[in-house]
Design a binder for this molecule. Structure first.
Ligand code: SF4
Ligand code: SF4
Length: 151
């Protein structure tokens, strides 16, 4: 199913449709509830097979060319480290294309969300690891700034 990542426009359409479908139900979708357990299992299966999702709980796929940044060994979300090889592969895993290079290339085929790759993303909130990214997204949980992150 990873081949779907090479059709990022289809994936961004699916993302947009799912987001619109879930938004009206956001008051029922609570982090930590029984419904979340179902969402977590669904995300493990669906996003696992397509994106090799690492369940960070703070999904930014639409901002990273529908390429999961948590597959970068350094978990970088805002562009590549300085070690990308001349063939576009990862400095740490030479057999693997650099996640950020793939994200950049795929974002060019995303007319709806492709420009979001230019936005600077906040650091990953590790406290959301293992939770439902969909619920965190529609409820705004993923956008909350954790205590201690501000001055
Ligand atoms: S960004 Fe997070 S939630 Fe989205 S696919 Fe990657 S690990 Fe999963
Ligand atoms: S080369 Fe790319 S995938 Fe590898 S660690 Fe650096 S940014 Fe991440």
């Amino acid at each position: 199913m990873h081949f779907l990542q090479n059709h990022p426009h289809l994936l961004e359409i699916a993302y947009d449709a799912t987001h619109k479908l879930l938004r009206p139900f956001r008051s029922w979708l609570k982090p930590g509830g029984a419904v979340e357990k179902i969402f977590v299992q669904g995300e493990i299966v669906s996003k696992g097979v397509v994106f090799n999702c690492q369940m960070c709980g703070q999904c930014v796929l639409h901002s990273t060319g529908m390429t999961c940044p948590m597959n970068c060994p350094k978990n970088l979300r805002n562009g590549p480290c300085g070690g990308v090889r001349s063939n576009g592969h990862c400095e740490i895993k030479p057999e693997m294309p650099c996640v950020c290079v793939q994200a950049w290339e795929r974002s060019k085929d995303m007319p709806m969300y492709g420009s979001e790759i230019l936005h600077v993303l906040p650091p990953v909130n590790r406290r959301l690891q293992g939770t439902s990214a969909w619920i965190n997204d529609v409820t705004g949980e993923s956008k909350k700034v954790p205590v201690g992150w501000t001055e």
